[in-house]
Design a protein. Structure first.
Lengths: 245, 823
């Protein structure tokens, strides 16, 4: 289980703009956020509000125009690209809305891919244990096109957790699933994250999914506002009880 | 309208793919056009002087010796009702490093109109050529020849002829007139003076209406040749070369079509999601098909036009490559420039459109199979079942083998080879990706799944996309390797043949003049000379070439008999009761030992037994070898073209050469050793095959375009996959290495697939195509390994480099851009 002294993720005054034709669109405007180990944070907001941009910046896949992004106390925006990539590989697990599994690889190979990328030799038992936990143990030899949407998403979750990252970033992890499947996927996702004690930041449209997190933050006009669960700076004591639970 | 907008929007987003499709298709069409123009020129213009001077349907009167005595001409011209006969004197010359022919004609005979002649002389046009007051010999040239010589109207040229030099001046330029290409036309009297020739002319030209009179009054040994005869002769002469050129150009087109297929398939896969949605919204199969067909036709139409322009430019480059071999191997002059015609252009353009439509069929089938509402973009990569593969591959291979076995013509050898390759190429993607999978697994097992193993594993998902490119690259590599193997083993065979054939220590000749019997006697008496041999060549009225040999017994070993008993053959040859025929002549006429050959000789027709068939690589037409004394019985000729000297033991070669030069007291006497002849022969050989190398290289370049296009398509198509890998932690450097490794692995796979095909092509060319095209057989030894050492590293490097741009393109974009693009 990952252990950290300070916040796992800290965004301080982060801004990001994009060029849209002749004008600049300010997607994030001085966002502050702290997430501690074991905490689950939901970011909600309308389409195009900047949820994905926030996650990309948090994962070091994009760089802010202003402000600072720290992961485990390290300013990842200040790292050179290869270092940032290695840092991300070791410490962050990513779950994409469209699963983004590699078509040519089996489910097992997709999960093991992270081991190769992080240079960590994964134990086959470890993969099988996680797969059993996510109820995909019987599907490990199948390729993505032989899996349903829910099964693919569970493979993607396994891939995000297998190397025990400190932070999991999930962009609309249940966005393309029906309600029942989404609830089931979220159950296993939440329990797997909880079991590993890592921090989770997920972007979602779904109130039901967001309600299962410790904190719900809304992104509007480029800024984060608290819907419940304390300040955007995060609970100093760690987890905050979610009234919805 | 909406369909056009959809297409346009897509191509705007992917200009690189559009460019690859256009370039690949244009390159294929360019090679076909270039070769077609060249082929046409070789047939139409090889000997079109008579057509140019006295009209299309003219007649040519020739003498077997190449010389019509002046009195024979005079007698004919004085015969009642004689048509206007144009006496012509022809001689090979060189100017500004270019091989030309000087043609002397009589201005007072009925020359046809020569339109478009312009002149620097006030006397004007064609007439300036015959100005008796002109200081330097005035000559007329075609416009293309003027450009070839990089000269201007009024320029002075120094001609090299018979070892001498003379100045002439270009006073007239004739527009068009391809028949006069590489030729200088002058007044026959001035040409006689210049060459020091008296008492004979090369040929007589007669207009079309002279046919009946000529047939009635021209008797043997003179022969009358009409336009169709000349054309048939040119066709026969160049059949092998033209067939090989056509085969290469079709291969280039096929490779270009691979590029088009690859791009069309990519365009389809990229829009799978869009097509699924459009189908769901109500787009009919017909409308979808219409959209893809129109796109294909647009690419083919524009690419085809660019190809026609490129091909026209290429044609003259190719012509420059064949000019030397045409002169050296066929003894004819190639035209100075190709002459394009609208009919040919339209035919090639339309054929290109049809071929492009053909490659659209499989793409169309796949597009039409997309169910409405299908929004998954993944490209199906289920391998084709083995049974279907066999069904696709075996019939063309069997048909090809059957064609070769049952039909002895050249077209069967080339067509059979094409069919066999077409069948085998179907198996390449399955075999190649099978190999990649096997290597990937081995690497994963042995190296714990490092970058190379992962790279190969990830290639699997692009199998459908990369299969055409892999097949195209394998085929072009196989062609280059197979051809190089054939050329090298042939080159070695020619070297060995020259070594074996030339037994004398040194050969003596005087360019432009015959060695008389007295010359031979004096050479035999030279100090250090033990014995001599001599050679005399003649051409019979039916175009059969005859070579008379006066050989000592030991020189006999130079003949490598392919059929016939050596002792019996020597007896028959030496006694004059039989003749030998060279292999090309035997193949061309279906002759064998024991058969009899009819020879139209000056003393009348003679039928002689064939005592042996010998190996000869000196000409495609072949010749009959007879004993010298037999030749003297038939021809009123005591001369020799060259004499071989066999030195006494201990005699110094340099000293003997010095004595030969002193003996002739002529600057242009030539003494060449067998080593010199070997070097010159191999130089001619190398020049002959330059065009094959050039065309093979063009095919290779088109195949690399196919590979680059497929890799770029793969990069675009797999943007999401690469983005995922980057997001999950693959650094830019490793992603670059991964993509480059993949392109290198593809090139290596293409090489692995190409090697067995190359050996097949080598043997097919050596054992089937060469004998049928040129009449030359080669021994079926192991293929030389040298081409593998050149081509394989070059292919691996080029293949890997081809992947660098897509790799760089992928890596330089930030992860976020890929993630967005992949959506």
């Amino acid at each position: 289980m990952p252990e950290t002294a300070g916040p796992v993720l800290r965004l301080a005054g982060v801004s990001r703009s994009y060029h849209d034709g002749s004008r600049d669109v300010r997607v994030l405007d001085g966002v502050d956020l702290q997430v501690v180990a074991g905490e689950r944070v939901a970011i909600t907001g309308a389409s195009g509000s900047g949820k994905s941009t926030l996650l990309h910046l948090a994962g070091g896949m994009d760089l802010p125009d202003g402000g600072r992004v720290e992961l485990l106390g390290e300013a990842i925006d200040a790292l050179a690209e290869p270092h940032r990539t290695r840092f991300r590989a070791r410490n962050i697990g990513l779950v994409f809305q469209d699963y983004n599994l590699i078509d040519s690889l089996t489910a097992a190979e997709n999960i093991e891919l992270v081991g190769w990328l992080t240079g960590r030799r994964l134990d086959e038992d470890e993969v099988r244990r996680l797969a059993t936990e996510l109820d995909i143990a019987e599907l490990l030899d199948r390729r993505p096109d032989q899996l349903s949407g829910g099964q693919q998403q569970r493979v993607a979750i396994a891939r995000a957790l297998i190397h025990e990252p400190h932070l999991v970033l999930a962009d609309e992890p249940t966005g393309s699933l029906d309600e029942a499947t989404a609830a089931r996927v979220m159950d296993v996702f939440a329990s797997a994250v909880e079991a590993r004690g890592c921090a989770l930041v997920l972007a979602t449209h779904s109130d039901a999914i967001a309600a299962r997190c410790d904190r719900r933050l809304a992104l509007t006009g480029g800024r984060l506002t608290v819907l419940n669960g304390g300040a955007t700076e995060g609970a100093a004591s760690g987890r905050t009880a979610n009234p919805a639970e | 309208m909406m369909l056009a907008r959809l297409s346009r929007a897509f191509f705007y987003r992917h200009p690189g793919q559009l460019a690859f499709a256009l370039v690949g298709f244009a390159a294929g069409i360019a090679v076909v056009t270039g070769v077609a123009l060249l082929r046409g020129s070789l047939v139409e213009s090889l000997d079109a002087v008579s057509a140019e001077l006295v009209g299309e349907r003219s007649f040519v009167v020739r003498h077997p010796s190449g010389r019509i005595p002046a009195e024979t001409y005079a007698a004919l011209a004085r015969t009642a009702g004689a048509p206007d006969l144009v006496p012509v004197l022809r001689a090979p010359v060189r100017a500004r490093g270019t091989r030309l022919e000087l043609i002397g004609i009589d201005p007072f005979t009925a020359l046809g109109p020569v339109p478009g002649a312009e002149s620097a002389d006030p006397a004007g046009g064609w007439a300036a050529v015959f100005d008796p007051q002109a200081g330097q010999v005035p000559v007329a040239v075609s416009r293309a020849t003027l450009q070839l010589l990089d000269a201007r109207l009024g320029a002075q040229l120094t001609l090299e002829h018979n070892g001498g030099r003379s100045e002439v001046r270009i006073v007239s330029v004739v527009a068009g007139a391809a028949g006069l290409d590489r030729r200088l036309v002058a007044d026959i009297a001035r040409v006689q003076d210049l060459l020091g020739v008296r008492g004979w002319v090369s040929q007589l030209l007669a207009p079309a209406e002279a046919g009946p009179w000529l047939r009635e009054h021209v008797a043997a040994p003179l022969v009358v040749e009409d336009a169709s005869g000349r054309r048939a002769s040119a066709l026969r002469l160049t059949a092998g070369m033209r067939a090989n050129l056509t085969a290469m150009s079709l291969l280039a087109l096929a490779t270009g079509l691979f590029v088009v297929y690859s791009v069309l398939a990519f365009l389809m896969v990229q829009r799978r999601r869009t097509f699924g949605m459009l189908r769901a919204l109500g787009m009919t199969h017909r409308a979808l098909g219409q959209m893809l067909v129109v796109e294909t036709l647009m690419i083919a139409a524009v690419g085809g036009l660019a190809g026609l322009v490129g091909g026209t430019l290429l044609a003259d480059r190719l012509l420059a490559l064949v000019a030397a071999p045409v002169a050296e191997v066929y003894g004819r002059l190639a035209p100075a420039a190709t002459v394009p015609g609208p009919g040919l252009y339209i035919a090639i353009w339309l054929a290109g459109l049809a071929a492009a439509l053909l490659v659209t069929v499989p793409v169309l089938r796949e597009a039409l199979s997309i169910p409405p509402g299908r929004l998954v973009r993944a490209f199906g990569h289920a391998p084709i079942p083995a049974r279907l593969l066999a069904a696709l591959a075996i019939p063309p291979v069997v048909a090809g083998l059957a064609w070769v076995a049952l039909d002895a013509r050249l077209i069967a050898a080339l067509g059979g080879l094409f069919l066999a390759l077409a069948g085998l190429i179907v198996l390449i993607p399955a075999a190649g990706f099978g190999l990649l999978r096997w290597v990937g697994r081995r690497l994963a097992r042995d190296a714990g799944g490092g970058l190379p193993g992962r790279a190969l594993r990830l290639l699997e998902s692009a199998r459908g996309r990369l299969s055409p490119a892999l097949a195209a690259l394998s085929l072009s590599l196989a062609l280059a390797l197979g051809m190089a193997m054939m050329i090298l083993s042939f080159r070695e065979a020619v070297g060995d043949w020259v070594d074996r054939l030339l037994r004398a220590d040194v050969y003596v000749s005087v360019p432009g003049r015959t060695l008389a019997a007295d010359d031979k006697r004096r050479l035999a008496e030279l100090e250090g000379v033990a014995t001599l041999s001599s050679v005399r060549r003649a051409r019979l009225v039916d175009d059969t070439r005859l070579t008379a040999y006066d050989l000592p017994r030991r020189a006999w070993e130079g003949f490598e008999l392919l059929a016939g008993d050596p002792d019996a053959a020597w007896q028959a040859f030496d006694s004059g009761t039989g003749v030998l025929v060279s292999e090309p002549l035997a193949r061309r006429r279906g002759l064998d030992v024991g058969d009899r050959i009819e020879l139209p000789l000056p003393v009348g027709e003679r039928t002689l037994a064939i005592a042996g068939v010998f190996r000869d690589y000196s000409s495609e037409t072949g010749y009959v070898a007879v004993a010298d004394h037999r030749y003297r019985d038939w021809f009123d000729d005591t001369g020799a073209d060259s004499v071989g000297l066999y030195l006494t033991p201990g005699a110094m070669l340099a000293a003997v050469e010095e004595r030969v030069r002193a003996l002739f007291d002529e600057a242009n006497v030539q003494t060449v050793t067998p080593a010199d002849v070997r070097r010159q022969s191999l130089a001619v050989f190398d020049r002959t095959f330059r065009i094959s190398w050039a065309l093979a290289s063009l095919v290779g370049v088109i195949a690399l375009i196919a590979l680059a296009s497929a890799l770029l398509a793969q990069g675009l198509e797999r943007a999401r996959e690469y983005a995922t890998l980057r997001a999950l932690g693959l650094e830019p450097g490793r992603l670059f290495a991964l993509v480059t490794l993949q392109s290198g692995a593809l090139a290596a796979t293409a090489v692995a697939m190409a090697l067995p095909l190359a050996v097949l092509i080598h043997y097919a060319l050596t054992l089937l195509v060469q004998p049928r095209a040129f009449g030359w057989s080669l021994e079926a030894g192991l293929p030389p390994p040298a081409p593998v050492l050149w081509v394989v590293p070059a292919a691996l490097a080029a293949g890997t480099l081809t992947g660098l741009y897509p790799a760089w393109r992928i890596v330089r974009r930030p992860v976020i851009a890929h993630l967005r693009a992949g959506r």
